[in-house]
Design a binder for this molecule. Structure first.
Ligand SMILES: [Cu+2]
Length: 126
């Protein structure tokens, strides 16, 4: 009986996981994507560009270049509370990774590495 309950519990957990990952999936950007977005370099455990600019109102490809051997990503949030994600890039152990950022309204956004929260920067959309 215990075994059945355990199995049911696991099934329930899997269902919850599936539901959560669907809910947190970011909407795919619609419309054209500007391929010439900024490059953000991570080196020596910090972002080398503390502030990057993007054009407001159009999706843009951000080029992430992780020159460390430590894993980093570029996770963009509405502000430094990091409670509302705008675009969360894949964690890259080392090397380059492109990330499509959905069109942003004009304003200032916060980004950080989700692995190392002290690695931060600012994205200005204008
Ligand atoms: Cu990192």
């Amino acid at each position: 009986m215990k075994r059945i309950l355990l199995a049911l519990g696991l099934v329930a957990l899997a269902a919850i996981n599936a539901a959560c990952s669907t809910a947190s999936a970011q909407p795919l950007p619609s419309g054209p994507v500007d391929p010439n977005g900024p490059t953000i370099v991570a080196r020596d455990m910090k972002f080398q560009n503390a502030t990057v600019e993007v054009t407001a109102g159009s999706s843009v490809t951000l080029h992430f270049d992780n020159q460390d051997s430590a894993p980093h990503n570029v996770a963009i949030y509405t502000d430094s509370s990091a409670s509302s994600a705008v675009s969360v890039g894949e964690i890259v152990a080392s090397g380059k990774k492109d990330q499509v950022v959905p069109a942003l309204k004009p304003g200032t956004y916060f980004f950080r590495c989700d692995v190392h929260h002290d690695m931060t920067g600012t994205i200005v959309a204008k």
